[in-house]
Design a protein around this ligand. Sequence first.
Ligand code: DP6
Length: 324
Amino acid sequence: MYAAARAYTNIALIKYWGKKDEQLILPMNSSLSLTLDAFYTETSVEPLQGLHEDEVMMDGVLLSGASVAKINRFMNLVREKSGRHMFARIVTRNHVPVASGFASSASGFATLSAAAARAYGMDCSGAALSRLARRGSGSASRSIYGGFVKWMKGTDDASSYAVPVDPAKWPICLVSVAVNKQPKKISSREGMRRTVKTSSFYPVWIKEAERDLARIEPAIRKHDLDMVGKIAEANALKMHAAMLAADPPFTYWEEGTMTVMRCAVHLREQGIPCYFTMDAGPNVKLLCSEADVGRILEDLSEFFPSESLTVARPGPGVDYLKNP
Ligand code: DP6
């Protein structure tokens, strides 16, 4: 059966960094994110008789070799779980603002999970989709839902999935600053592995991440932007500190990353709530109030061209699309 879905990207405020099981993608710590409306992926999956492998078309290009390997592995899992063995035609399109600095793996695997689960007649409940998406990419488990979402680390495949925490119906915004769009030299998978294995700060990171998560949830429920921002910013810094303490040490930051961080601190000195967070890359996201977006863009435009600045708002969860 043909099925198509759409899912949005998310940004973690309490980061997932480190796996205890690389095969099942079980994380060392629980995490929490905000789903965003700025970047989404639409994917259709159609199992077809007569195909000898999955046929994957991404943004108009037929994928082959290494670029399709991750999707093939994921589709093999779908076939194993569903007991249906047909290969599929997969058509996927990323809707990305120009030079946005947003990553696609979260929205990509969330939407592929939803479309594949329906196409192969599998359980399409939220928890089942989140568990399936997790096997493609950890952060994708959270893009099943809109607003603020928590991925509970769980203890095994059955208990590690995301749940919605708050619909984020308050006037918050996320300004993304694309510092450098080049592909990163150390993938998040490799970066996590090295940090878990070698960083003397890693045990502290785990403890702090769980503590930050316990503190951010009540702040979200109270719509306390300052508290949410403060906890998220500190959490990002602690994750990056754990990377600096790895062997060999590494960082994703670049000069532009520091420039944005300084802008945020400067804006706060002027009484404007504005907090930064960075993932496994140099780009920075600023959490702020809708009312302050204009002023923040004005400050950033001193250092960055307008096409590298994107404003995102809370986005919805995964949704099915009608047949064309
Ligand atoms: C820093 O979900 O991309 O963005 O599970 O190996 O595919 P894999 O990793 P991925 O890692 C995301 C790491 C992060 C933090 C986060 O999104 O929680």
